[in-house]
Design a binder for this molecule. Structure first.
Ligand SMILES: Cc1cc2nc3c(=O)[nH]c(=O)nc-3n(C[C@H](O)[C@H](O)[C@H](O)COP(=O)(O)O)c2cc1C
Length: 227
């Protein structure tokens, strides 16, 4: 699947069909997980695939009673072999270990979308209870749970802060409009809204510039669009 389509279609799913997931597809997803980068290439992830109904129900309960999870035929628990990272990177090891597991989790979910499956990342759970259900050794932490299954969910719209609001150039707060940065073609005729969004988040000094007529990001942007 095209990466952009995959990113857009990968919406969190909390309603699953009563249909089992072929183990080969789970294998493909987990292999994608192992392609994640990791600090020192330590690959501190481990995955537990739970299909057993009793265990899944117990896990859902341990996730502060997120009962919708019971409907997912597979739970994947991404575990963090944290010690091997903290042994090598003492100060930042904990963070590196979590980050690597998070990337593995995202890879797993993207691959799931690619093969027609639906997922949801679950981070809200009682670690002690989940560790007990899965019989985890002391040095292995449950990092996140990914529910997996088929669904007839129609993708929801992307509820995202526009990218231009969260990007700065060269230093924090500097969000000078760059012509090539905004995917204008996608907005069709709705240029006014794009312009409004692109310029309304400007820093105060830029707003002043704009008010005094210097810089004029709005008119510059309009000019570009005309070209
Ligand atoms: C770190 C993290 C923890 C999350 N924990 C939960 C959770 O416990 N329960 C849940 O239903 N969704 C959870 N989510 C899913 C988010 O609610 C969801 O990604 C967000 O609302 C955006 O929706 P989307 O994934 O459909 O774009 C979590 C996501 C992340 C990244």
């Amino acid at each position: 699947m095209d990466i952009e389509r995959c990113l857009v279609e990968k919406r969190s799913c909390k309603s699953y069909l009563d249909k089992s997931v072929p183990i080969e597809l789970i294998g493909e997803m987990l292999k994608a997980g192992t392609y994640a980068p990791s600090a020192g290439n330590l690959q501190n992830w481990q995955f537990i695939v739970v299909r057993d109904q009793e265990k899944r129900f117990a896990i859902a309960a341990a996730c502060h009673k997120q009962d919708w999870m019971r409907g997912a035929p597979v739970h994947i628990i991404v575990c963090n072999d944290i010690k091997k990272v903290t042994d090598m990177f003492s100060r930042k090891g904990k963070m590196y270990a979590t980050q690597a597991c998070a990337i593995a989790g995202q890879n797993i979910m993207l691959k799931a979308t690619d093969v027609g499956l639906y997922t949801c990342w679950v981070g809200s759970f009682d670690e002690y209870t989940v560790a007990k259900i899965l019989k985890l050794p002391d040095n292995i932490l449950p990092e996140m749970i990914i529910t997996v299954g088929y669904s007839d969910q129609i993708e929801q719209g992307m509820d995202r802060v526009p990218v231009e609001r969260v990007v700065f150039f060269d230093e924090y707060g500097k969000n000078v409009v760059e012509k090539s940065f905004f995917p204008l073609s996608k907005y069709g005729d709705n240029v006014a809204r794009v312009l409004e969004r692109a310029t309304s988040g400007s820093s105060s000094s830029q707003r002043q510039e704009s008010a005094t007529g210097q810089g004029k990001p709005l008119s510059r942007f309009k000019q570009w669009f005309k070209k």
